[in-house]
Design a protein around this ligand. Structure first.
Ligand code: NAP
Length: 290
């Protein structure tokens, strides 16, 4: 890689950022396409976030990905945010458009693209249960509601947070039946009996041998169980689903597709999805993402 003053800078900003696989994914795509760009990880403390965002403009960077814990707080430092990011209340991509910093959110669309790619599954007319009500859950719920899901049930540890998501989204997507319930396996069981897709958006599966002990055997035989955690790629939830012969969907596809959508926003070029997937897998095998 020949870096000069003309090389355009991309990157990811988070805290901590140590094991992110995004640089491997994007730098491999940049190399394959022969672009004069580089993607760097930036570890930025919450107290320095405003200064770091100003640096995008100051240094003429093309843009950044934003990750935990800055996805919500970064909004106040931006000039504009897309309708999708406003609805979700979080930004995972900043694009520097001639000095104007615009926030987007590609998590939900990336998630749907990976479901479609792996299973040809669309959420139109389906009953879906989401575990968790954080930023990723909001992104996914928005995308699924826009695609025309029949019902979205949000089961969250803090019931009020799930209820707030359901209330906001119900007013924007009146055609979707939104409901918030507590994250209790007895309550959830009745919902799972009629669920086409269960999505875990909590970080629980990141800890080896931990899961939320969902009553998966209540699900229809053709249902899909999805976990957006990608390290490990097969969480305990997915392991249990596979043992019951249910279809499983890991977080890797979402990681790759949200990255590919970010890449397109910065460069206007369709990202080489397979190249990015291979690079992400390789980085994960080397211990990335933890
Ligand atoms: P977040 O905004 O902090 O939300 C976390 C959610 O998980 C909240 O609803 C929280 O419930 C719940 N939760 C946390 N710990 C829990 C526990 N021990 N038991 C039950 N519920 C628990 O985080 P996020 O940004 O949505 O990210 C969530 C996960 O998704 C992370 O693991 C992240 O790495 C992953 N992710 C993956 C991708 C991808 O591309 N595959 C993209 C984005 C995020 P409370 O409301 O009760 O606190």
């Amino acid at each position: 890689m020949n870096i000069t003053a003309k090389t355009k800078i991309l990157g990811i900003l988070g805290y901590p950022i140590g094991h992110t696989v995004s640089p491997s994914m994007h730098n491999t795509a940049i190399k394959v396409l022969g672009l004069d760009m580089v993607y760097l990880p930036f570890e930025v403390k919450p107290s320095n976030l405003g200064e770091a965002v100003k640096g995008i403009r100051g240094l003429g960077m093309l843009g950044l990905n934003i990750t935990i814990p800055h996805k919500i707080t970064v909004v106040k430092f931006l000039d504009r945010i897309s309708d999708e990011a406003r609805l979700i209340g979080a930004v995972n991509v900043i694009v520097n458009k001639n000095g104007l910093l615009i926030g987007h959110n590609t998590d939900g669309k990336g998630y749907l693209a990976s479901l479609k790619e792996e299973y040809g599954f669309t959420t139109k007319g389906k009953n879906i249960v989401i575990l968790g009500a954080g930023g990723a859950a909001r992104g996914i719920a928005a995308a699924i509601a826009r695609e025309g899901a029949r019902s979205i049930t949000v089961a969250n540890r803090t019931l009020s947070r799930g209820a707030s998501l359901a209330k906001t989204f119900k007013s924007i997507f009146p055609h979707v039946r939104f409901e918030a319930i507590s994250l209790n396996k007895d309550t959830i069981k009745a919902y799972l009996e009629d669920t086409h897709l269960l999505i875990n958006t909590t970080p629980v599966g990141m800890k080896v041998n931990k899961d939320l002990k969902m009553p998966l055997s209540a699900m229809p035989k053709d249902a899909i169980v999805s976990d957006i955690v990608y390290a490990p790629m097969e969480t305990l939830l997915l392991k249990k689903a596979a043992q019951l012969r249910l279809a499983t969907h890991s977080g890797l596809g979402m990681l790759v597709h949200q990255g590919a959508l970010s890449f397109k926003l910065w460069t206007g070029i369709d990202a080489p999805i397979e190249v990015m997937r291979k690079a992400a897998l390789k980085a994960l095998k080397m211990g990335g993402g933890r």
